[in-house]
Design a protein around this ligand. Structure first.
Ligand code: DIR
Ligand code: MN
Ligand code: MN
Ligand code: MN
Length: 312
């Protein structure tokens, strides 16, 4: 397993500055060294740069569509190239609108995917159901085949082709779902493990059922899109839209360990780390170090301990 890391310092899918610092903060916390120490041949592709867009006026209620569309087109190409190089793609955000390009590029390289979306939010508003106009609350709507006819084509979005089927999507950690989103989830029959299911079943059973559900037909490569706000804000407060009652640190890490052990994890997003939303330095440090630990879990770190394969 060889992670290929892409930084995407982009924040225009939502209104709060600071989230563009995520990639550099996560690297500064030692991500690359720690991946190497656990035996990963990691390659850092650096940070993407994004064009300034003049006159990015709202389209209906949707904010900064041109900037978001352009940034994601660039990201999609970058993720596709990382996959073609043979790596597991790791996209460090930035805000969650970047899942559009990350999942699109991943699918362009490997074909049909399973998507595990770990988030307090469903991020499946369409441009028409969104009450905020923020595209980070909408990415899944552009990616699902089943919503294609419901989604207007925004400027700089004509390159986006839906590439995920509703049956190949599982949510974990939901606890703040808009009415329009709940309607869509029920209409499409999407598999959801909200925080209520995590409470009821426990995280081990949730992960067993997630993987059983996703592998009932063929075993597709898995894309994990992890919004740091899935974790409880007592642990990861430095994020734009914290919601009480989230996953514990241990539940979050367990999710990544379990997905790693499937051998199918092929692309990862870690998004919405925003240092300007922390009240203290400790808030930021706790958020960033949790992000690093989640990524280490994706690439073979076990809490029981690891040793090199050539150890004797
Ligand atoms: C809300 C918030 N559902 C929206 N979404 C967030 O703007 O559509 N997603 N914060 O992470
Ligand atoms: Mn969220
Ligand atoms: Mn429901
Ligand atoms: Mn999100």
């Amino acid at each position: 397993v060889s992670p290929g890391i892409i930084g995407a310092p982009f924040s225009k899918g939502q209104p709060r500055g600071g989230v563009e610092s995520g990639p550099d903060l996560i690297r500064a916390a030692g991500l690359l060294q720690r991946l190497q120490e656990q035996g990963c041949a990691v390659k850092d592709y650096g940070n993407l740069t994004f064009e300034e867009v003049a006159d990015d006026e709202p389209v209906g209620r949707v904010k900064r569509a041109r900037a978001v569309g352009g940034a994601n087109q660039r990201l999609s190409e970058a993720v596709r190239a990382v996959k073609k190089d043979g790596h597991t793609s790791v996209m460090l955000g930035g805000d969650h609108s970047l899942a559009i390009g990350s999942i699109h590029g991943h699918s362009a390289a490997v074909g049909e995917l399973s998507v595990v979306w770990v988030d307090a939010h469903a991020d499946i508003n369409t441009a028409l159901t969104s009450t905020t106009g923020n595209i980070h609350g909408q990415p899944m709507s552009y990616l699902l085949h089943e919503l294609h006819a419901k989604v207007p084509v925004l400027p700089n979005f004509s390159w986006v082709k839906p590439c995920v089927s509703a049956k190949d999507l599982v949510y974990i950690g939901l606890r703040d779902v808009d009415p329009g989103e709940h309607y869509i989830l029920e209409l499409l029959g999407v598999k959801v493990f909200s925080m209520s299911e995590v409470d009821k079943l426990g995280v081990a059973r949730v992960m067993e059922e997630t993987c059983d559900y996703l592998s009932t037909r063929v075993k597709k490569p898995i894309h994990l899109s992890f919004d740091i706000d899935a974790i409880d804000p007592s642990v990861t407060p430095a994020t734009g839209t914290p919601v009480v009652g989230g996953l514990t640190y241990r539940e979050g890490v367990y999710i990544t360990e379990h997905l790693c052990q499937t051998g199918l994890l092929s692309g990862v997003d870690l998004v919405e780390v925003n240092p300007l939303r922390g009240q203290t330095e400790q808030d930021v440090q706790s958020t960033v170090s949790t992000a690093v630990d989640l990524l280490l879990g994706c690439f073979g770190r076990r809490r029981e301990g690891n040793h090199p394969t050539d150890y004797r």
